[in-house]
Design a protein. Structure first.
Length: 179
């Protein structure tokens, strides 16, 4: 689940509702078309933009391929069910898996609380996409934001590069004068 979260930026509700028919191993994409709400009910994504296809990294592909033979069989065909094959409760994921993992990795504050919440994996993914130089519109689509404004409001500061501004203006002048 954590590998999928960090490489896709999927919401925890989308991960909890992800079914195996949404994992297209041959095409190496995850099709997000449903989510699990706070009451463990499966439904549509938050918005129309929430319906999307996200490419899989090789590590994620291999991890999911290995996981599909270990996971508890379940009626809902969930990729990440609880031990009884039902939709996982977010609190259980957080308290029984995520927080202990953060402690084990030493990613805690002085009081032993995780320094980053689960949702930080979504932000980390978006930040990695930006660092790779992806276009804002592509990031909006992958993350599943309803508008580019939402993406830019959340991550616009990461696109800014004062070091690059001078070079951009030099290029603009050069192109304008050449025309």
């Amino acid at each position: 689940m954590f590998i999928t979260a960090i490489f896709t930026g999927m919401r925890i509700s989308e991960l909890r509702g992800l079914s195996w028919d949404g994992v297209e191993f041959d095409r190496r994409v995850i099709r997000v078309y449903r989510r699990a709400d706070d009451f463990q009910q499966i439904g549509a994504p938050k918005s129309r933009a929430g319906r999307r296809k996200i490419p899989m990294t090789p590590m994620m592909h291999d991890a999911l391929l290995a996981w599909c033979v270990e996971v508890v069989e379940n009626e809902l065909d969930l990729v990440f069910p609880n031990s009884k094959g039902n939709v996982q409760n977010y609190s259980n994921i957080n308290n029984r898996i995520y927080r202990p993992m953060m402690r084990e990795l030493g990613l805690v504050d002085e009081a032993g609380r995780p320094r980053f919440g689960f949702h930080s994996l979504r932000h980390a993914a978006a930040s990695l996409f930006i660092e790779q130089g992806w276009a804002p519109k592509k990031i909006q689509t992958i993350i599943g934001h309803a508008s580019i404004g939402m993406t830019m409001d959340s991550y616009g500061h990461l696109f800014e590069s004062a070091d690059n501004d001078v070079a951009l203006f030099e290029r603009m002048e050069r192109d304008l004068m050449a025309a």
